[in-house]
Design a protein around this ligand. Sequence first.
Ligand SMILES: [Cu+2]
Length: 205
Amino acid sequence: MEATVGTRDEWLAARVELLEQEKELTRRSDALAKRRRELPWVRTVHIQFTRAATTAVLVIVALALAACGGGDTKDSEQTHQDQPSSTAPAAKQAGSTIDVPEGEYTLEATPASGKAGKLTFNVANDGAIDHEFVIIKTDRKAGDLLKGSEADESGAVDEIANIAPGKSVKLTVKLRPGHYALICNLPGHYRPGGKPGMSADFTVR
Ligand SMILES: [Cu+2]
């Protein structure tokens, strides 16, 4: 649309004329609404039933919406637990779950030991960036695996490749007795700035 350029007086005159048209539109709209309200009412059982039904439908819809809303909240809250639910029964049978919170740049294992057999690692990324989780069977200390800029992963048993921030992922593995290193080996996470980072020792008896 092309705009025309005029004086302030011209603008004012045009604006006043437009305003009058707008007012007229409002008046006509009001009149129309009044006529709609004045439509004859038909008092029959059918109408009353319809109203009751409408009310009922509205109530049902409202309840359904409320239920959905609640459901959504629950879903998001339970994502952590629900996601790996398939491994939950196995975890119960094994009777041993190790909590592994991860952050920048920390990794802990609680408890730091477990019984040989099936063990479930519940790895929670409490940080703000992606992390991973690698289980390595090694006699070396978890913090002594540096090879170049990363940890040497020889002896790796299993891993969770990627855990998004705020997510938890469970990993159930069968472990034999021995010493294990639990690490995140994403670039720079194992020993950030040459300092101890995302590694923890774990013992299976
Ligand atoms: Cu990491």
